[in-house]
Design a protein around this ligand. Structure first.
Ligand SMILES: C[S@@+](CC[C@H](N)C(=O)[O-])C[C@H]1O[C@@H](n2cnc3c(N)ncnc32)[C@H](O)[C@@H]1O
Length: 252
């Protein structure tokens, strides 16, 4: 297996492929005002196996186009949406977030939890804006510094992994500079990382290594994930995902 296949193998059976929570998706929906709307068209970009997609489709009168470039994650979403009785509201779409086949103004909302980093926050919010109707909602969670100063080893790690990591003030600037009016922001609490993401991942390590014959690549992946988890456990007061909710302005 190559690196991406190993990552998919480790994460495919998980409820979430990144930090987040159903209650936090609901909080973002409340801040967006979408819960009161009808016939809403939403794109959930980088949906993974669709934890947020399922909440969106059950809480909002909406059709949700669920985008991911990993077919195995979308297959998990199809099974889950069938079980939840939501299949007619969810349209899985296997494509890259960098080449979306959408029309201008096609969506009332663009959602993306823990995925926009893949093309970079600024690039993502600028590229996706045209798919929103004027006044449409952008809701994205993004790696965010919680303080202005932070321990050097934490700073070095995340700056290396994701050079765009920054404070909420800077992310809000990017949104305003890119043709959005921010209407809400909150920080994902610790349980979204530990209870919903890292602890279940740790529980899968043994079976993952067995399945992959303890290959050097599989062991290296587990070590990388363990290092990230222990960094988070030490420094959770400095780093989280910020959840940004903004409205597309009509100008620009
Ligand atoms: C950290 S996971 C988050 C998944 C999900 N939103 C969640 O919160 O559980 C990032 C997701 O983005 C997807 N992804 C990464 N790069 C992508 C790209 N260029 N196009 C489409 N999907 C991508 C990955 O396959 C993965 O499912």
């Amino acid at each position: 297996m190559d690196g991406l296949e190993l990552l998919v193998d480790l994460h495919r059976s998980a409820r979430r492929q990144g930090p987040g929570g159903d209650d936090e998706t609901r909080l973002a929906i409340r801040l967006s005002g979408l819960g009161d709307a009808s016939d809403v068209r939403i794109a959930d970009i980088g949906c993974g196996s669709g934890a947020s997609t399922l909440v969106l489709a059950s809480e909002i009168d909406a059709i949700v186009t669920a985008v991911d470039f990993v077919p195995g994650f979308l297959a998990e979403l199809e099974t889950a949406s069938e079980h939840a009785g939501l299949r007619d509201r969810i349209r899985p779409l296997n494509t890259s977030m960098e080449a979306l086949p959408f029309q201008d103004g096609q969506f009332d909302a663009i959602w993306s939890e823990g995925a926009i980093y893949s093309m970079g926050f600024a690039n993502g919010v600028r590229s996706w804006r045209r798919f929103l109707r004027p006044g449409g909602i952008l809701a994205v969670s993004e790696l965010t510094w919680l303080t202005n100063d932070r321990p050097p080893d934490l700073q070095d790690h995340w700056t290396r992994e994701y050079p765009e990591v920054d404070t909420a003030a800077r992310k809000l600037d990017v949104l305003e500079e890119s043709g959005y009016a921010p209407i809400g922001y909150f920080v994902l609490p610790k349980h979204c990382w530990m209870d919903n993401y890292y602890t279940p991942m740790r529980g899968r390590f043994r079976a993952f290594l067995d399945r992959n014959g303890n290959s050097a690549e599989a062991v290296a992946l587990v070590e990388t994930e363990e290092a990230e988890i222990s960094l988070y456990e030490r420094y959770s007061e400095y780093i989280s995902y910020g959840f940004y909710i903004a409205r597309r302005t009509s100008t620009l």
